[in-house]
Design a protein around this ligand. Structure first.
Ligand code: NAD
Length: 342
C-alpha cells in the first residue's frame, strides 16, 4: 500500500482528492495549516488509512515525509485577491514554501512529487490556443508564484524523484470545502439566490474550466504514470472543449436555471484571458475529463436547493475569509489580557 501526502488536503481540491485516493486504496496523509478547519475532512475521520498533520508547509522537515511515497502539493493561498493581501507572505508560502516542500521531499527519499500549478500562468494570452510550450505571462502575484515555483521545481527531477506540474484550469463543482469565488460556482449561486448573473469584463474573455473530481483524477493519473512520461513535465489539466468565454458560461448556467437575468458589465479587476489546449495530457496520459459545466451547475444547484450549505458563510469566499482571520487575530490580540480572552 503506497502512502500519499497531500499538502493543502483540507481545501477545495484537496478534500475531494483525499477521498479519491482513499477509495483507490492509498494510505493518505493530509498536511494542512487547516485554515478552513478539519470540517472538510470529516467523512474520512474514521478511515484507518487517513491521518492529518496540522502544519505549515514552510516548516516541513525530512521527518515529515517518513514513509511517504508520493507528495501532491496543493497548499497555498489560492487566488489572486487573497495573494494581493500580503505580497511577502504570498512569496513566502506560494513560492518559497512550495519549493521547500519539493526539496525536502526529495531529500527525504520521496519518489514522486506533483505540484498544483495553474493555467493562470499563461496570463492575458491571445485568443489562440495556448499549449505547454506557450509563453508564460503571469498577470498576478498568484500566477507569478506558480511560474516561479515551476521554474525552481521541474529541474529537481531525477530518475529517483519524479516531478510533475499540473496547470489546472479554473475548477468548478461541489467539494467539502466549498468555494463560491470560482466562476461557475459563484454564477450558479447568484442565479439561484438573486435570479441574476452579472458578467464582468464584457464577457468575451476566455476561461478554461474543469470539474473538481476530474482534477482529482488528473493528479492520480499523473502520479501513476510511467516516470519517463511525466518527469520534469508540465501538463495543462482540463479539456479543450471546456474552454468558454465568460458570457457563454452564464448562458450554460441559464440552461440549467432558466428565467434568470444576465447583465454584462464592462470592467473586471481580473485580467485573465486564455484559451488553452489540453491535447498533451490527453495524448501522453490518455486523460479525459468526465464532467460538463451542466453537471457541475446541477450539483451546486442541488446542494443549495437542499439547504445543505449557508451561502453567507465567510469560509466559502477565500479572500474575504483570510481578511476576516487577519482582522479577528488583530482584534483578539488587542483585547486579550495576559494571553486570555476571559
Ligand atoms: N481551485 C482552482 O480553480 C485552482 C485552479 C488552479 C490551481 N489551483 C491550485 O490548487 C491548489 C488548491 O486549491 P484549492 O482551490 O483547493 O484552494 P483552497 O484554498 O481551498 O485550499 C488550500 C489549502 O491550503 C492550506 N494552506 C494554505 N496555506 C498553507 C500553509 N502555509 N501551510 C499549509 N497549508 C496551507 C489551506 O488551509 C487550504 O486547506 C492551490 O495551490 C491552487 O493555487 C486551484
Amino acid at each position: 500500500m503506497q502512502t500519499v501526502l497531500v499538502t493543502g488536503g483540507a481545501g477545495y481540491i484537496g478534500s475531494t482528492l483525499c477521498g479519491a485516493l482513499l477509495k483507490s486504496g492509498y494510505r493518505v496523509i493530509c498536511l494542512d495549516r487547516l485554515f478552513f478547519t478539519t470540517e472538510p475532512l470529516k467523512s474520512y475521520a474514521d478511515n484507518e488509512n487517513f491521518s492529518v498533520i496540522k502544519e505549515d508547509i514552510r516548516n516541513v522537515t525530512p521527518e515529515t515525509f517518513k514513509g511517504v511515497d508520493i507528495v501532491i502539493d496543493l497548499a497555498g493561498i489560492s487566488n489572486d485577491p487573497a495573494c494581493d493581501l500580503d505580497p511577502q507572505l504570498t512569496e513566502a508560502i506560494n513560492h518559497n514554501g512550495t519549493v521547500h516542500v519539493a526539496k525536502t521531499a526529495r531529500m527525504a527519499g520521496v519518489s514522486r512529487y506533483v505540484m498544483a500549478s495553474s493555467c493562470s500562468a499563461y496570463g492575458a494570452g491571445s485568443s489562440e490556443q495556448l499549449t505547454e510550450e506557450s509563453k508564460l505571462q503571469p498577470v498576478s502575484l498568484y500566477a507569478k508564484a506558480k511560474v516561479d515555483s515551476e521554474k525552481d521545481i521541474l529541474p529537481l527531477g531525477t530518475p529517483d524523484f519524479c516531478v510533475t506540474a499540473l496547470r489546472l484550469a479554473t475548477v468548478f463543482g461541489v467539494s467539502f470545502r466549498m468555494r463560491f469565488d470560482l466562476i461557475v460556482n459563484i454564477m450558479t449561486m447568484h442565479a439561484l439566490t438573486k435570479k441574476r448573473i452579472v458578467v464582468l469584463g464584457g464577457g468575451k474573455q476566455w476561461r478554461p474550466l474543469v470539474h473538481v473530481r476530474d482534477v482529482a483524477g488528473a493528479f492520480m493519473t499523473a502520479m501513476q504514470a510511467p516516470v519517463a512520461q511525466v518527469n520534469g513535465e508540465a501538463f495543462n489539466v482540463g479539456s479543450t472543449d471546456l474552454n468558454f468565454q465568460v458570457i457563454q458560461v452564464a448562458h450554460l448556467i441559464e440552461q440549467v436555471i432558466p428565467g434568470i437575468e444576465i447583465v454584462v458589465a464592462p470592467d473586471d479587476p481580473d485580467k485573465r484571458n486564455y484559451n488553452v489546449c489540453f491535447d498533451k495530457i490527453s495524448r501522453v496520459l490518455n486523460y479525459k475529463t468526465t464532467c460538463s459545466i451542466g453537471d457541475g451547475v446541477a450539483e451546486v444547484k442541488r446542494m443549495l436547493d437542499d439547504g445543505k450549505i449557508d451561502v453567507d458563510d465567510v469560509r466559502w469566499y477565500t479572500v474575504k475569509y483570510y481578511k476576516y482571520l487577519i482582522e479577528a487575530d488583530a482584534l483578539l490580540r488587542e483585547i486579550k489580557l495576559n494571553g486570555r480572552l476571559f
